[in-house]
Design a protein around this ligand. Structure first.
Ligand code: PHE
Length: 347
């Protein structure tokens, strides 16, 4: 028995020392110490021995196993070192070349992330929850629950990517409205930022994938003035200056009344320039009071609860804040574009 163990160990170590690559090494290890390896089988056979011999034989087996494993570990290091040495000696490899400066390698947040974080910061302080909802949505949450039935012309406002199983890629962050109403006990306030998708032709200001943040507040007796106050607070925090806003009527089936919120042009201060097409105002975001049908879809009684909602285009906001003229830069992955936005979003 002891001779067998000794022989196995010698054989294994010899094979290991001859191994030239890690694959072979792994195979040898398994052959001797794996589940069905020859040393393992010896160990398993110990049960048949007389108790007084068993202990010594067991120890010998275990020692042999350890010896094989450490020989293998040693050889592994040798092989790896040889590999590295071979690469270093290869013609054309110059280990003295300077590396890429750390400064150039360090990453930074994507401008849309930076804008999203600053919006989140404002709302977090006001007690808003920030749930993360789904990019793949059901037709019900994306349309029906928002008072947009199948034959409603408003479906044409947003061309949709449909999936084979009948789900869709959300065309806006608004499906989160009914989800939040079902998730949180009223009164509550929440924002949900995220990616949205539209089956659209792309140009300087349209992209099939972009970012929005939805805001939703549910309480008793909420009014438009409440919405205006919060919007002003948000925009002044983002643009870090005083902002003048105005509301125009706007149509969305899920708000009543619905508005388009404009801000006074920050480039000309309202006197008219090419940025605001000489109107003095720039359209920024749609908003309104939550439609009773949407409250019902979210399981709330419209006689008891009221709400307001807004949908802010984060990508557009980033374009305005950083004066970016073409939306496709955002998803280009071009480091020359991305590395302009260092921490904090300042250019
Ligand atoms: N979901 C609308 C869109 O993407 C925006 C919106 C949100 C309008 C909330 C009103 C209220 O076009």
């Amino acid at each position: 028995m002891f001779d067998d163990i000794q022989k196995l160990e010698e054989q294994a170590v010899q094979a290991i020392n001859k191994a030239m690559d890690l694959d072979t090494l792994r195979k040898i290890e398994t052959e001797y110490t794996g589940k069905k390896g020859s040393i393992t089988l010896l160990l398993k056979g110990l049960g048949k021995m007389a108790p007084e011999e068993r202990k010594a034989a067991g120890m010998a087996c275990n020692n042999a196993k350890q010896a094989v494993l450490s020989a293998s570990e040693f050889r592994k290091n040798e092989i790896t070192e040889n590999e590295i040495k071979k690469q270093l000696d290869a013609p054309g490899f110059d280990p003295t070349l300077p590396s890429i400066p750390v400064k150039q390698m360090s990453g930074n947040f994507h401008p849309v992330s930076t804008i999203s974080f600053s919006v989140e910061k404002v709302f977090e302080k006001l007690g808003f929850k920030i749930p993360d909802y789904f990019e793949v949505e059901s037709e019900w949450f994306n349309f029906e629950a928002l008072n947009i039935p199948g034959d409603h012309p408003a479906r044409d406002m947003q061309d949709t990517f449909w999936l084979k199983n009948g789900s869709l890629l959300r065309t806006h962050t608004s499906p989160g409205q009914a989800r939040a109403m079902k998730e949180f006990k009223p009164p509550f306030r929440a924002i949900f930022p995220g990616r949205v998708f539209r089956y659209e032709r792309t140009d300087a200001s349209h992209e099939h994938t972009f970012h929005q943040v939805e805001g939703l507040m549910i309480d008793k007796n909420l009014s438009v003035s409440n919405l205006i106050a919060i919007m002003k607070l948000l925009l002044e925090a983002i643009f870090e200056q005083e902002i003048t806003i105005r509301l125009r009527p706007g149509y969305f089936p899920f708000v009543e009344p619905g508005f388009e919120l404009d801000i006074q042009c920050m480039t000309c201060g309202g006197s008219g320039c090419p940025v605001c097409k000489h109107s003095g105002w720039v359209e920024l975001l749609p908003c309104g009071l939550v439609h009773p049908e949407v409250l019902k879809a979210g399981g709330l009684d419209p006689d008891e609860w009221t709400g307001w909602a807004f949908g802010l285009g984060l990508t557009r906001l980033a374009m305005m804040k950083y004066k970016i003229n073409h939306i496709t830069h955002f998803m280009s992955g071009d480091l020359r574009f991305l590395s302009q936005f260092k921490a904090g979003g300042a250019r």
